[in-house]
Design a protein around this ligand. Structure first.
Ligand SMILES: [Zn+2]
Ligand SMILES: [Zn+2]
Length: 287
């Protein structure tokens, strides 16, 4: 039976840089970046595989027990907080499942030490190579595919996923995710102040129902971290206003900010852009 929504987005990991299991961080959440997008027919699309993807994997296995999973995973880039959950993603351990990894395209010939067919496959293999992890990616039973993608729209039935470049150390994609008129924009790991890419972000976020934006730092703390590839709650509000989005989610929370500090930040942001939330692990938006 079809679900009664066009698209449902769920946060499984909202923290930037490093997991924060401390008790005073758990209201907003301690797992690193992972969001799920679900279509009415229960097709699942995953964006980033930080530690949050472990819980998503376990939840999918429970929900779809004895059914094959066919999952599409889109990585923004390869910093730890976006891939660290992959070795613990249980659907990869079952032969009946298929996982298709998508990422930015690697320059031809780069990262080819293990006989992998693509830079994407190579990069994920290295993550799980000895001595970093005891089980290799190739030994995991699920069928795995690796697709390097250009910043062009990809169609999956009614769903269109359009990657666009972000200003971050190393190639990084944001994603505009659109189905039947419902639009979520996932833009994490970006630094404002790059005129061309600031405009790209606004163009791709236009009129979105939800903009998920890297607001790692307060404007004051940003001054000490210029060039790190992250933005602020203030810039998030500017982008949300310029792009006329309906709702803004502050995302990629700085590990040093506890719940009380982040609560204050959300209140400040609401003064600039009223319909702002602090992304919270477990929160879902149904459109
Ligand atoms: Zn990150
Ligand atoms: Zn990053």
């Amino acid at each position: 039976m079809e679900n009664d929504f066009r698209l449902r987005m769920t946060f499984w990991g909202v923290r930037g840089s490093s997991p924060t299991p401390q008790i005073d961080h758990l209201n907003y959440g301690g797992n690193t970046c992972c969001i799920e997008v679900r279509l009415p027919n229960n097709e699942v699309f995953i964006f980033d595989a930080g530690t949050g993807v472990r819980n998503l994997g376990d939840s999918l296995l429970e929900e779809f027990a004895n059914q094959k999973l066919d999952l599409k995973l889109f990585l923004t880039h390869f910093h730890w907080d976006h891939i660290q959950g992959i070795p613990f993603f249980q659907p990869l351990y079952q032969a009946e499942n298929r996982v298709v990894f998508h990422s930015v395209a690697f320059p031809e010939g780069q990262h080819r030490r293990s006989g992998a067919k693509s830079g994407l496959e190579e990069t994920l293999k290295i993550q799980m190579a000895h001595p970093y992890f005891p089980i290799s990616l190739e030994s995991l039973a699920a069928k795995k595919e690796f697709r390097e993608i250009d910043p062009k729209p990809l169609k999956f039935g009614k769903l269109t996923i359009t990657p666009f470049p972000l200003n971050h150390p190393g190639p990084t994609y944001g994603y505009r995710i659109e189905s039947d008129g419902a639009v979520v924009v996932y833009a994490t790991d970006l630094e404002h102040g790059h005129a061309k890419l600031d405009k790209v972000l606004r163009d791709f976020s236009q009129d979105a129902d939800l903009l998920i934006y890297d607001s790692q730092f307060t404007p004051e703390d940003y001054e000490k971290h210029k060039g790190w590839g992250h933005s602020t709650w203030f810039e998030a509000c500017q982008a949300a206003g310029d792009a006329k989005v309906k709702q803004l989610a502050l995302f990629h929370h700085f590990p040093s900010y506890d719940d009380a500090r982040f609560y204050e930040i959300v209140q400040l942001a609401r003064g600039e852009f009223e319909n702002t939330i602090g992304a919270q692990e477990g929160w879902s938006l149904t459109l």
